[in-house]
Design a protein around this ligand. Structure first.
Ligand SMILES: Cc1cc2nc3c(=O)[nH]c(=O)nc-3n(C[C@H](O)[C@H](O)[C@H](O)COP(=O)(O)OP(=O)(O)OC[C@H]3O[C@@H](n4cnc5c(N)ncnc54)[C@H](O)[C@@H]3O)c2cc1C
Ligand code: FES
Length: 329
């Protein structure tokens, strides 16, 4: 948060404007392709150049969704007295676990405390079985290593990895610099995001062309990763087939509290979930490229195993390449 505050203060001091709570639903050419129009749920903006830094790009042009893997990981913070580690550690074995401490301001006159933060237990979005089981794994690991740990908060998040492991930073399409993307940070976006910003500003301002070429979208090194791309897309195909087979074979249609089920009504797939006693029914077909959604039992959301789009229990977009809410049935 201090980093974000500093960045937004600097942007504003240079005359920039930060607009929050607005969702971009489309980006396209305007003014005989001399400018770019950004359509949001709060109106349209015309820009000379647009940088899509939306996690995975929300535009399908460029096909980045097929060159990225969406990965979720879990985090918990725990009170462990004075046993929080003084440094930051990343496991060398599997599953990947990272440990660090977070400073918590004390209440009233109490001194600041150090809280243990445990992260990891990741998997590709909607592909690792029950999400709640990954949270339980994280808790169990923490209890084994810190028997007195008391949970304070827990959450999960997702990030995207490219097929050749380096971020994609540069034009959405070859030779077209008016729409830029920055993605594929592979859980190192706090640092790689800064590198991406430097690379894009260098390119737009024409101030140099140095190390940034390594990160460019449409780089030749990607050719070496073609076998990985083929494997990634074969898995997407497999998950597409599995999802639709699940609909055909479906049984249960009444979810218990915190559950979500996909079943068939006639020929139509139906998704139904119950959260805090409220049951919602949606079309479980992802609005990106029609994958069948899975219920995320940790975050109570509908998640897509194809390219990582996520939707709330009632079908609103949370994140991923999808820009439209789920249909009603
Ligand atoms: C568990 C975990 C631990 C991590 N630890 C580290 C670490 O130690 N060091 C490190 O460097 N990195 C770490 N990362 C990675 C880092 O957090 C990410 O790489 C980084 O946040 C990605 O930045 P981003 O800008 O691409 O995407 P995000 O941070 O996801 O930002 C994308 C933004 O775009 C907005 N958006 C999306 N779609 C739209 C739309 N249609 N309209 C308007 N806005 C939209 C979203 O609301 C969001 O605010 C970690 C990630 C995870 C999951
Ligand atoms: S995210 Fe692409 S089909 Fe769902």
């Amino acid at each position: 948060m201090p980093l974000l505050h500093a960045l937004s203060a600097e942007l504003r001091s240079l005359g920039g404007i930060v607009v929050e709570d607005a969702r971009v639903v489309g980006v396209g050419w305007a003014g005989l392709r001399s400018t770019v129009g950004v359509r949001t749920n709060r109106g349209e903006i015309i820009a000379g150049t647009v940088v899509l830094a939306t996690g995975t790009p929300i535009l399908d042009r460029g096909g980045f969704f097929s060159r990225l893997r969406a990965q979720r990981s879990y985090v918990g913070t725990f009170d462990v007295g004075d046993r929080a580690p003084a440094g930051m550690y990343l496991a060398a074995d599997s599953p990947t676990v990272s440990l660090r401490y977070v400073r918590r301001p004390g209440a009233d006159d109490e001194p600041e405390r150090r809280v243990l933060m445990v992260g990891g237990f990741g998997h590709e979005v909607a592909r690792g079985g029950s999400e709640r089981s990954h949270v339980q794994e994280l808790f169990a690991w923490t209890r084994r290593n810190y028997p007195d740990a008391v949970l304070e908060n827990r959450w999960s998040a997702q990030d995207y990895s490219s097929i050749d492991e380096l971020p994609y930073v540069g034009p959405l399409l070859p030779g077209e610099s008016r729409i830029q993307v920055a993605t594929g940070f592979a859980k190192w976006g706090m640092t790689n995001g800064v590198a991406a910003a430097l690379a894009i500003s260098e390119q737009l301002l024409g101030t140099g062309d140095t190390w940034a070429d390594t990160l460019r979208t449409w780089r030749p090194s990607e050719l070496r990763a073609l076998p990985t791309a083929a494997k990634t897309n074969a898995q997407v195909g497999l998950h597409m087939t599995r999802g639709w087979t699940r609909v055909v074979l479906s049984g249960k249609s009444e979810p218990g509290e915190g559950e979500g089920v996909v079943f068939r009504r006639g020929l139509r797939p139906v998704g139904r979930c119950t959260v805090d006693g409220q049951t919602s029914t949606v079309s479980p077909i992802c609005t990106h490229l029609y994958g069948i959604l899975d219920w995320n039992d940790a975050e109570k959301s509908w998640d897509c195993s194809l390219h990582g789009s996520r939707f709330t229990a009632s079908g609103q977009v949370i994140e991923g390449p999808a820009t439209e809410a789920l249909g009603q049935v």
